[in-house]
Design a protein around this ligand. Structure first.
Ligand code: CU
Length: 363
């Protein structure tokens, strides 16, 4: 983390959740620009240069005067009675005025570029839904992904920003985009992503950038980040976010398959770490006994309005998926689980999900 604060990019950049620290630009301020918003950098460096120039000029003249025009003897009379100099004052008013107007015009143009969403971006509109503490992305075709989003290089994209709870902010430093996500209203942000490096022959054309929440939003704010994958049209066509393994895909590793499937279809409501959600957490449904067998927990359920205690087992899990309303977890008397009709007869995939839920007891 500290590498984001210091100036020199380290020789062997650390990886943060698999994403290398960004390539830092020459003055150590920004990651390399990966969008078309070069006015941000231009204006920033212009302002920076103007500030440094005047800082040096003013402190230089000041120091020079302090030394050169100091009173040299105790009884020395003032050498000059000049109180002002109109031409000089006009000059030192006009020059800053011109500079400030340049900054204003440049900044205004830049901010118009960023706020006026071009037509192509409208045609490629995603939704980013922020909630404590994750990002959900909805693609133009209605599919979704969590904490990772794929966009196509060279194709302008708009994000409609929505918050389910408190204030968040959508911040992609490499794209120079930052916008508050305000509960109760929609905001929008757009950019045209680009690669920041050349690719070798045969190297996959893909680069990943960070997206942060930039508005303190509670306990796990610092973990509310996502990955922005910029890919070429060919990869995009394969919808890499669509993790639902296709029925024809061979299942090699049941748990891995179940995990992918759950990521895509179930974990919007269920957590695997005990965090509360729309549905009960999967953590603790099974534990492991001393012999390494999976043991289901005791659980209160409502069946036909009657409360009873059952022991979680394979049959209960499968039934919960096939007929969610039959036995309701007692803490969720109103149900609320989606119907997964296509899963009902798909024993192979159900087995994978079951294997995954059980595997949560392994660590
Ligand atoms: Cu936050």
């Amino acid at each position: 983390m500290i590498h984001y604060l210091i100036q020199d990019p380290p020789q062997d950049p650390p990886k943060w959740d698999g994403v290398p620290a960004p390539d830092i630009d020459q003055f150590g301020q920004f990651p390399k620009l990966a969008s078309t918003f070069h006015d941000v950098d231009g204006l920033f460096y212009f302002t920076y240069a103007v500030c440094i120039f005047f800082f040096v000029l003013i402190t230089g003249v000041l120091l020079y005067s302090v030394v050169a025009h100091r009173r040299k003897t105790w009884d020395q009379k003032p050498l000059s009675n000049v109180t002002h100099n109109t031409p000089l004052e006009v000059v030192w008013t006009l020059i800053p005025l011109v500079l400030v107007m340049i900054m204003f015009a440049w900044g205004f143009k830049g901010s118009l570029d960023m706020t006026v969403v071009p037509h192509e971006a409208h045609l490629n509109t995603y939704k980013a839904t922020a909630k404590q503490w994750s990002w959900q992305f909805t693609y133009p075709d209605g599919t979704t992904s969590y904490d990772e989003v794929w966009v196509e290089a060279g194709k302008p994209v708009q994000f409609i920003l929505e918050s389910k709870d408190v204030l968040h902010a959508f911040y992609v430093p490499a794209m120079r985009v930052k916008r508050d996500v305000v509960p109760g209203r929609y905001q929008s942000a757009w950019f045209e992503p680009h690669f920041t490096k050349e690719f070798a022959e045969g190297e996959p054309r893909e680069q990943t950038f960070h997206l942060f929440c930039a508005e303190y939003c509670g306990l796990d704010h610092s973990r509310m980040y996502a990955k922005v994958h910029v890919v070429d049209a060919e990869t995009m066509a394969k919808t890499p976010w669509n993790l639902v393994p296709k029925p024809e895909d061979p299942i090699e590793d049941k748990i891995a398959y179940g995990k992918q499937f759950a990521n895509a279809q179930c974990l919007s409501c269920h957590s695997t770490n005990g965090a509360p959600g729309v549905g009960p957490t999967w953590k603790g449904l099974f534990t492991k006994d001393a012999d390494g067998n999976y043991v289901g927990r005791q659980r209160d359920v409502l069946e036909g309005g009657q409360k009873k205690t059952i022991t979680v087992d394979d049959a209960y899990i499968l039934e919960s998926i096939k007929e969610p309303m039959k036995k309701l977890a007692a803490e969720f008397p109103n149900g609320g689980m989606s119907n997964f009709d296509s899963l009902k007869d798909d024993e192979a995939r159900l087995a994978c999900i079951l294997a995954y839920i059980k595997s949560l007891a392994d660590n």
